[in-house]
Design a protein around this ligand. Structure first.
Ligand code: ADP
Length: 257
């Protein structure tokens, strides 16, 4: 219908602008970064008294540029997101992998997956589902770090628990953390640019929402008794299979083994 068409047009225009901005920002970043890195190497240790100042300044350039680059990458990923390509996958496997990447990066945090082993079949785009879970777990890690930065600690110890389950035609993934808890703007968490972080882009959950919806799923954010957040993603797997098997669904583009 017309509203849908308008919103498609708006999204397309928006994607185009986003792509251009990303391009324009990315271009000057490489020379800045290379120049700063060369300065750092070339003059880093020559004049003893200036050394500290010099390292501080060049360090700032390198860090800031790195931050910008990460933001731009996230931004252009959002703008570019392709249509999902559906295949049957084991969601438990995807969850395990997403968790593993964070586990390696944060050895001081406790991560669990429940059940420890399992097979939860769902037709999905593996790469996109993996990105969605990664974003949600990343937020959980950041929520715990924010709490620690405030000098607070969870009594029972900081942890991130991921649960996969089936509940009557739905495949449910939950991510529980012991972090700061949800901000006041909880209704707007999945809007693009909604962030409470200094270096946030506010795109992480916008991407998650888009992916979840393309998979006939819903996402909800809940407070946990005792603090922290529970994110619940529920996929209507029956509906998704039905849609994909309809004639005219473009799942015939999916490569099959
Ligand atoms: P960003 O991480 O760049 O801020 P997101 O879209 O991923 O963007 O998240 C939006 C906001 O949602 C965050 O800034 C944070 O305030 C809130 N949020 C998301 N996940 C959690 C969580 N597990 N605990 C507390 N707040 C969260």
């Amino acid at each position: 219908d017309i509203t849908e068409q308008l919103s498609d047009q708006r999204n397309a225009a928006w994607s185009d602008i986003a792509r251009r901005i990303a391009h324009e920002i990315r271009n000057p970043l490489t020379p800045i970064q290379l120049a700063a890195e060369r300065l750092q190497r070339r003059f880093g240790g020559e004049v003893e008294s200036d050394k500290e100042t010099f390292e501080r300044l060049t360090g700032t350039i390198v860090r800031q540029v790195g931050d910008l680059r990460r933001m731009v990458d996230e931004f252009s990923n959002f703008a570019r997101m392709p249509k999902p390509v559906f295949r049957e996958e084991n969601v438990h496997d995807i969850a395990k992998h997403a968790l593993f990447l964070h586990e390696v990066a944060h050895p001081a945090l406790k991560f669990t997956l429940q059940p420890a082993e399992g097979c939860f079949a769902m037709v999905c785009d593996r790469q996109q589902l993996s990105q969605a879970l990664t974003n949600v777990v990343k937020n959980a890690v950041e929520a715990i770090e924010s709490r620690r930065n405030r000098g607070e600690h969870s009594l029972a110890g900081d942890r991130i628990d991921l649960k996969v389950s089936e509940e009557g035609g739905q495949l449910v993934i939950e991510v529980l953390d012991t972090g700061v808890g949800l901000p006041e703007e909880r209704e707007r968490l999945t809007e693009p640019y909604m962030t409470t972080r200094v270096r946030g882009t506010g795109l992480g959950l916008a991407i998650v929402k888009k992916i979840v919806e393309e998979h006939q799923g819903e996402i909800g954010f809940h407070d946990r008794p005792g603090g922290g957040t529970r994110v619940r993603i529920a996929f209507d797997t029956d509906k998704l299979s039905r849609l994909l098997s309809e004639p005219g669904s473009d799942n015939d583009r999916a490569p099959q083994d």
